[in-house]
Design a protein around this ligand. Structure first.
Ligand code: PLP
Length: 562
């Protein structure tokens, strides 16, 4: 029975299914971690906890380990004899919380009855934390009952719930988002009440990725070319990549850069053909969107653009055509029917396009199954255009965007998550921007008219016609009706129709830029050169100095690792 606790990790990474096993897993892992640290502390310091908070910090990675707040209280009081005030002083000075999403359905809430049944002592402690917290809210805003109801750790109703994100905020001395926009939106929206109470708790730590895996290891061709020109110091100080920027003016260097990219595209094309049977021509524009399948990430917008390109070919609007290979990959949560339907649409559209001799090498489309880290190590180095097209305000940061940038892909993106910081670093001339801003999305929500967006754009009308007439599901009538309904609904939360026209225009600019290989290569070099900020080394230095209060230790030689 104990084995069951860690046998299966819940595969549903976005919306939580309210299952007992999940809470059991969370409690088990949080408690085990705390008990491990406390056992070591007692081993060296005995039962002296007065300096525990100075020497220890627990970074809550999302709300999944937020049981740690009441559990540390329980351990300190029930197992180690501290009184409430001492235990709270320690807990609230050692816990720090990182939020990873603004999507309300991803914020965990556990039924009070589940706690009462499984973790009754933790529920007692949560109630006590809440009573003391709401007294503080009442002191700050006397008589504001509505605010107390909003901020309570317990959501009232027929089936009362524990709000785990609020528990994490109340129990922590630091609350951070993972990109500048995301951290700002947390303080303005989701956690605004808490920001008003404790503005000093809130901060930003923009995510990063490791340049050892995501450049040096996965792209040996580019690693060698970079080392030849600026040495290898960049693997432990990624800001040194800025030394590549002047080389963008050197025609010989650009030719070498293109050779490396071509070899990486051949390697990616081999993988695509082995997995899907579809041949990608390495000379074409490799246009890639790989990430979990979710409506907010808008793989749907991507496939609408693909249908538009197909339509242009069929009506022979192909002057100055840029051959393009579109790769879409990613896993959907097992119960997410709309995400599965989007995958089905991508596959059906790919089937029609790849089988049409009139299309030929002008356009190829594949859905790559089983997207995973080892696949990304091949994909990122071989990509020209990185699709980061989420509805503005919905992608907390993104890290795929950073892996692509490091490997010299140019981003096609909305002003969302870390895309904003990527564009600031690389310059607007080296980034393809489109779409509504987060503010415009909120503004549009009240008067959104997708039918008008479709009516105003002849190309969009034709795409919708191809979908509604069943061109991609001739023997499967009606299967894409839910997709058509979502695009055309005034209540579509993802504003796919609102961004179609500007997306197609930006794609046209990208295609034009790619036809001038010297222009494109310059953009590519500038992207790698400007990616230094997105090293996780920078992220960790910020967590170290601003939250964990740790001193850096000397890095080991990266040469030894390779
Ligand atoms: C980087 C990565 C992600 C995250 O991608 P986003 O585009 O930031 O959503 C997801 N899955 C795998 C396998 C990755 O390598």
């Amino acid at each position: 029975a104990a084995e069951n606790i860690t046998m299966v990790l819940y595969p549903n990474d976005i919306s939580e299914s309210g299952k007992e096993l999940r809470l059991r897993q969370q409690y088990f892992l949080a408690s085990a971690s705390l008990q491990d640290v406390i056992a070591r502390w007692i081993g060296t310091d005995g039962h002296e906890f007065s300096t525990f908070a100075e020497e220890n910090c627990f970074q809550l990675n999302d709300t999944h380990p937020s049981c740690a707040v009441p559990e540390l209280m329980r351990l300190l009081m029930d197992e180690h004899g501290l009184v409430w005030d001492q235990a709270w002083e320690i807990t609230s000075r050692t816990m720090a919380y990182t939020n990873h999403t603004l999507l309300p359905e991803a914020l965990e809430k556990w039924p009070v009855r589940l706690f009462r049944h499984m973790l009754p002592r933790l529920l007692e402690i949560i109630y006590e934390i809440n009573a003391r917290f709401l007294a503080e809210v009442a002191r700050r805003w006397p008589g504001d009952i509505e605010r107390q109801r909003r901020m309570s750790l317990i959501e009232e109703g027929p089936d009362p719930m524990v709000r785990m994100a609020y528990l994490a905020i109340v129990g922590s001395f630091s609350v951070n988002g993972v990109a500048a926009l995301h951290s700002r939106l947390l303080t303005e929206g989701l956690f605004h009440d808490f920001y008003e109470l404790w503005p000093e708790k809130f901060n930003n730590k923009t995510n990063g990725v490791t340049p050892r895996r995501w450049l040096a290891w996965c792209n040996p061709g580019l690693r060698a070319l970079i080392n030849e020109n600026i040495g290898d110091g960049w693997t432990s100080d990624l800001s040194r990549l800025t030394e590549l920027a002047p080389l963008a003016r050197d025609a010989d260097f650009r030719a070498r850069w293109r050779e490396v990219k071509l070899e990486n595209k051949k390697r990616l094309a081999e993988m695509v053909e082995a997995e899907t049977g579809v041949r990608f021509d390495p000379a074409a524009l490799f246009d890639v969107q790989v990430k979990r399948i979710h409506e907010y990430k808008r793989q749907l917008l991507n496939i609408l653009h693909v249908i538009h390109l197909y339509d242009r070919i069929k009506r022979e609007d192909t002057a100055d055509w840029t051959p393009r290979c579109v790769l879409i990959g990613g896993k959907a949560a097992p119960g997410y029917v709309m995400a599965k339907t989007i995958i089905k649409l991508i596959n059906n559209v790919a089937g029609v396009i790849n089988a049409d001799p009139a299309v030929g090498d002008r356009l190829k489309v594949v859905f790559l199954p089983n997207y995973r880290v080892s696949a990304m190590e091949i994909i990122a180095p071989g990509t020209d255009l990185s699709e980061q097209i989420s509805t503005a305000g919905k992608e907390a940061s993104g890290t795929g965007n950073m892996k692509f940038m490091m490997n010299g892909a140019v981003t096609m993106g909305t002003l969302d998550g870390a895309n904003i910081e990527i564009r600031e670093e690389v310059g607007e001339e080296n980034f393809f921007l489109f779409g509504l801003t987060a503010e415009e999305v909120e503004e549009t929500r009240r008067r959104y008219d997708p039918a008008a967006c479709i009516e105003a754009d002849e190309d969009f009308k034709r795409v919708i016609h191809l979908l509604t007439c069943g061109h991609f599901n001739q023997v499967e009538p009606g299967i894409f009706d839910p997709i058509i309904a979502s695009i055309t609904s005034p209540h579509d939360p993802w504003f796919t129709a609102a961004d179609f026209t500007s997306y197609v225009a930006a794609q046209r600019r990208a295609a034009d830029a790619f036809r001038d290989q010297e222009v494109w290569t310059r953009m590519s070099i500038h992207n790698t050169a400007a990616s230094g900020r997105f090293s996780t080394d920078r992220t960790m230095q910020e967590y170290n100095s601003e939250i964990w209060r740790l001193e850096p230790v000397p890095a080991f030689s990266v040469e030894e690792a390779f």
